[in-house]
Design a protein around this ligand. Structure first.
Ligand SMILES: [Zn+2]
Length: 215
């Protein structure tokens, strides 16, 4: 059997809650049972809401519960350069593109869609738009617009979603590609499979802006 690696990745935007403790405990025990490894990652890319006090609270609570992590804690925020590099790589490979729509333009189009009772997901406005050097942008994944995406989840079984109907699970100003790219990069590097939620998030909208890279 392949080595089991589990992880717990709390966001330090609050104290450890019961659901988080349950997840941490389950993952810790599951990795122990299989002689595997348990990794702790602090998901602190939301800089406006993450605090050191909450991080310390979470670490203390896990220790109090008797949970010992084999690796980490890794701090997502310390790896931003890596995520920017990966975002640029995806763009250069045609797997992602820059979107220059402003929040006001996006909201206006969403409002129009709501009035027509249509899907408010991002409409692909910038998929084939030329680069606009110097303008702020977000990075969007160039996911298929037709067909369906299927994969096998060990818990949920066969999962299929229609690409044209996929909805964003991470809407709003705090949703960010950096966060999703960060999750994927770290999970690849840690040898942990991505989740259904991240796969679905990867195909969707509204990533937080980050400044254009300096030339
Ligand atoms: Zn756009």
């Amino acid at each position: 059997m392949e080595k089991i690696i589990t992880r717990f990745a709390p966001s330090p935007t609050g104290t450890l809650h019961l659901g988080g403790a349950r997840t941490a405990l389950f993952n810790f025990l599951f990795s122990r049972h299989h002689g595997g490894k348990f990794i702790l990652r602090i998901e602190d890319t939301d800089r406006t809401r993450s605090t050191d006090e909450y991080t310390q609270d979470i670490l203390g609570a896990l220790t109090w519960l008797g949970i010992k992590w084999d690796e980490g804690p890794y701090y997502q925020s310390q790896r931003m350069e890596l995520y920017h590099q990966q975002a640029e790589r995806l763009i250069s490979e045609g797997k992602a593109y820059r979107c220059y729509c402003t929040p006001e333009e996006l909201e206006a189009r969403r409002q129009t869609a709501r009035e027509k009772n249509e899907n408010t997901r991002y409409d692909g406005h910038c998929r084939d738009r030329r680069d606009q050097p110097g303008l702020p942008f977000v990075v969007r994944f160039r996911t298929p617009q037709a067909g369906a995406t299927s994969f096998t989840d060990l818990i949920h079984g066969s999962i299929t979603f229609v690409n044209s109907e996929d909805n964003c699970l991470r809407r709003g100003a705090n949703a960010c590609m950096i966060r999703v790219v960060a999750l994927c990069v770290l999970e690849w590097s840690a040898g942990v499979e991505g989740t259904q939620m991240h796969l679905r998030s990867a195909g969707t909208t509204d990533w937080r802006r980050y400044p254009p890279p300096t030339p």
